[in-house]
Design a binder for this molecule. Structure first.
Ligand code: NAD
Length: 480
């Protein structure tokens, strides 16, 4: 059994109560690691260490902070195969995905915000010839970063890197479901010479670690990515303490395909946006709307491509679809496949547990599943499933599909496929969504605002948005 440790005050330490959680491997359902079942005491110690480290870290020149973040990026790169393998085993995602998406992007997060630390600037406002205003931006102090299991290191570092770059000290709480790469990161940070206490990582359950973070008076901000339910809980706790909060939450994204699209590109990308990471990406587009003239052709082609996806051992080359992350999540996804049929949906392909032989025979594998025949208002099309399940719905008119696209309580991302430029812009402007992709999906530029509207989020990550989030502005007005 591997053992994960907390990272507090620069040291790798067991949880104070010496309690541990058992962590299974999704592909085999066998336990393979012990994870700290930390509690309030560990959070308190981490906050004390961070508060001690803060004055010196905040006073460290941006160029030095930048150099340290680059060193962390380099150290992850040097151990990329080990990180990728750990991520694959921990999550059930194909090793090919962890090696080409998760870990490279985590490295890039550190590099991007290492640069941002030295490029950041604040504003000045000349008030006619009467006064000059300038804005100072200081780090907040100790901040909390809470992340989910679907892209573990990728989303963890997407928060930690900008927080550190701006001079904050961080309490990081990775998902208890996928702790392993955060543990490797703590080793890397210690070895790279990050000063003790600047980054602290406390492992454990949301209720025992995340909740005390949200209510700790010394933690000035919480940056959270996860479910809408937990986001609401954090908001309730943090609001009366006047903490800054940034919440990246669930989604039920529409993928709208007009008849004049580039058929082959829309098809290939839809396959990815439906099933990448077993559909466990908040940006996936599980509601596929296809305009009537191409509906049957698109459906036939998508079903064929979906059937050809290889569900297999995540560690084997050639596997397209790995396991779902946990028994609990597997049960949830399977229950939605059942619900889709109860609601009158017809399974076009998939629809059951994927049975594998050998070491993966007990793993949590689900066949990539396509469903048709469901209205936009049914639960299958309204609630987040977060698995390899997508619905296909034909539409006739732009207004009709716009209403369907906007009909959920979520509003994270949307894809629109059309060669009609006016329609693309018109439609993008009317979508209730924080992110719109025209003729593409998940094409990322880290400078852009990232986040959702409605129940998908509060605030934005990325670029200047996150740098502003992790700093406190102070306006200084000088009378001339
Ligand atoms: P989750 O909300 O169950 O857990 C997320 C994190 O919050 C975990 O670290 C968990 O331990 C912690 N947590 C749980 N209870 C808590 C509490 N009471 N107080 C503080 N922290 C607590 O989410 P999940 O199941 O890990 O992840 C899947 C969800 O994340 C999906 O809904 C998905 O859409 C969402 N997600 C959103 C984005 C985005 O950018 N909007 C990105 C990825 C995932």
């Amino acid at each position: 059994m591997q053992k994960v440790l907390n990272y507090i005050g620069g040291e790798l330490v067991p949880p104070s109560a010496q309690k541990w959680l058992e962590k299974p491997e999704p592909a085999t359902a066998e336990p393979y690691a012990h994870v700290p079942d930390s509690d309030e005491t560990d959070v308190r110690r981490a906050v004390e260490a961070a508060a001690r480290a803060f004055p010196a870290w905040a006073a460290t020149p941006a160029s030095d902070r930048s150099r340290l973040l680059r060193r962390v990026a380099e150290a992850i790169r040097a151990r990329l195969p080990e990180f990728a393998r750990a991520e694959s085993i921990d999550t059930g995602k194909p090793l090919s995905v962890a090696s080409t998406v998760d870990i490279p992007r985590s490295i890039l997060n550190f590099e991007f915000f290492a640069d941002a630390a030295t490029q950041f600037s604040s504003e000045a406002h000349a008030t006619d010839s009467v006064a000059l205003n300038y804005t100072l931006r200081s780090p907040l102090g100790v901040v909390g970063c809470i992340s989910p299991w679907n892209l573990p290191l990728y989303l963890f570092t997407w928060k930690i890197a900008p927080a550190l770059a701006m001079g904050n000290c961080v309490i990081g709480k990775p998902s208890e479901v996928t702790p392993m790469t955060a543990f490797l990161l703590s080793q890397v940070c210690r070895d790279a010479g990050l000063p003790p206490g600047v980054l602290n990582i406390v492992h454990g359950l949301g209720a025992k670690v995340g909740a005390p973070m949200s209510s700790h008076p010394e933690i000035k901000a919480i940056s959270f990515t996860g479910s809408t339910r937990v986001g609401a809980e954090i908001a309730r706790t943090a609001a009366p303490l006047f903490k800054k909060i940034s919440l990246e939450m669930g989604g039920k994204n529409p993928n709208v395909i007009f008849a004049d699209c580039d058929f082959d590109e829309a098809l290939a990308t839809t396959l990815r946006s439906s099933f990448a990471n077993q559909g466990q990406i908040c940006l996936c587009g599980p509601r596929i709307f296809v305009q009537a003239p191409i509906y049957e052709r698109f459906k036939a082609a998508l079903v064929e491509r979906t059937r050809a996806l290889k569900v297999g051992d995540p560690l084997e080359a050639g596997t397209d679809q790995g396991a779902l992350v946990s028994q609990q999540h597997f049960d949830k996804v399977m229950s939605y496949i059942e619900l889709a049929q109860k609601e009158g949906g017809k399974i076009l392909t998939g629809g059951g547990r994927a049975k594998l032989a050998g070491r993966c025979r007990n793993g949590w594998f689900v066949e990539p599943t396509l469903v048709e025949g469901l209205g936009s208002e049914c639960r299958t099309n309204q609630e987040e499933i977060f698995g390899p399940v997508a619905t296909l719905t034909p539409f006739e008119k732009e207004e009709e599909v716009l209403a369907w696209a906007n009909s959920t309580s979520y509003g994270l991302a949307a894809s629109v496929w059309t060669k009609d430029l006016s329609r693309a812009h018109r439609f993008a402007a009317k979508l209730h969504s924080g992110i719109v992709w025209i003729n593409c999906w998940m094409l990322r530029d880290l400078r852009t605002p990232f986040g959702g509207v409605k129940d998908s989020g509060v605030g934005r990550e990325g670029g200047q948005e996150v740098l502003r989030f992790f700093t406190e502005p102070k306006n200084v007005c000088v009378k001339l």
